[in-house]
Design a protein around this ligand. Structure first.
Ligand code: C2E
Ligand code: CA
Ligand code: CA
Ligand code: CA
Length: 278
């Protein structure tokens, strides 16, 4: 029994060392990237399918490696969240995105900018003050800022809801990201101050087998209609998927490679000038 216990303890110790070591090295790597300004932000268009008008853009962070290659966020955001660097990254993304998209937001009051936040950002009281300062400094209206929060958050839903309400009172919008992949209960979603739901790519792909996918998506549409929130479908890659979606729910918005990949702001402005249609 003793020996077994020691072995188990040893294993856990090793795991700890590994996890800690990994997040520490990522922390250093990310801190260096922050210090050297090696984060950049790309923008992916979001359109309304019924009339093909542009309704917003999602800001997506990338890390610029020393040789200029872009490291996608899936490779460093989880480590950034685990090591506590994510809040610095979010602030950097906000500053950059407001500076890139500020003119666009002023020129087109129906256009919104979506920013991915982690629950730590929302639970940190300073973040609201930071956002208020940045929106004022850039002349951005909080109502044109959508904060995307994934369902996978481990924070207590009560605490999160209370914090979200403060942001909401100051005018910021919330979108539930990757809807359908987390464990959140619908009762919480119904109580949270959200203005929209983003259906995960997984369900868009399921549309390729219409009998299965269309049923799931139309149920989520019913939910969105009942909650009076907007619905954005992620990962739309084909015309066939867009057509099915437009038929299921006329007000649906779509984001995906069919409409446009994430791109630098210059290309975004060229491809989607104000009042353009897809
Ligand atoms: P997400 O929020 O679900 O963002 C959408 C991801 O799906 C993006 O990947 C985008 O490039 C990709 N995507 C969009 N359309 C399509 C499509 O039609 N097909 C396919 N296969 N993929 C598509 P990206 O930019 O690599 O971002 C990955 C994740 O990293 C994001 O997922 C988000 O969770 C996280 N992330 C990105 N930027 C930030 C950030 O600034 N802060 C935080 N906390 N997380 C971020
Ligand atoms: Ca997102
Ligand atoms: Ca998403
Ligand atoms: Ca996703």
């Amino acid at each position: 029994v003793l020996a077994g216990g020691m072995t188990a303890g040893g294993c856990i110790g090793l795991w700890h060392a590994r996890l800690y070591g990994e997040s520490r090295s990522w922390r250093q790597k990310l801190q260096r990237a922050l210090d050297n300004n090696r984060l950049t932000v790309h923008y992916q268009p979001i359109i309304r399918l019924s009339d093909s008008t542009l309704c917003g853009a999602e800001a997506l962070v990338r890390l610029v490696d020393f040789d200029g290659t872009l490291i996608p966020p899936d490779q460093f955001i989880p480590a950034a969240e685990a090591s506590g660097v994510v809040e610095q990254i979010t602030r950097r993304v906000v500053k950059r995105a407001f500076s890139d998209m500020g003119p666009r937001l002023s020129a087109d009051r129906d256009f919104y900018l979506s920013i991915n936040v982690s629950s730590d950002d929302i639970l940190n009281r300073d973040f609201l003050g930071f956002l208020d300062n940045e929106t004022k400094a850039r002349g951005v209206s909080p109502g044109q800022v959508a904060l995307e929060l994934t369902e996978r958050s481990t924070a207590s839903p009560e605490r999160l809801t209370r914090a979200m309400e403060e942001f909401s009172r100051n005018g910021y919008q919330f979108l539930i990201d990757d809807f359908g992949t987390g464990y959140s209960s619908l009762s919480y979603i119904a109580r949270m101050p959200i203005s929209g739901i983003k259906i995960d790519r997984m369900f868009t792909q399921a549309l390729d087998q219409p009998s299965v996918g269309a049923v799931i998506v139309s149920k989520v549409c019913e939910l969105a209609a009942a909650l009076k929130v907007t619905l954005i479908c992620e990962g739309v890659e084909t015309k066939a998927q867009a057509t099915i979606l437009a038929n299921i729910y006329p007000d649906i918005c779509a984001q995906g490679f069919l409409i446009g990949r994430p791109m630098p702001v210059e290309r975004f402005s060229r491809t989607f000038p104000v009042a353009s249609r897809f």
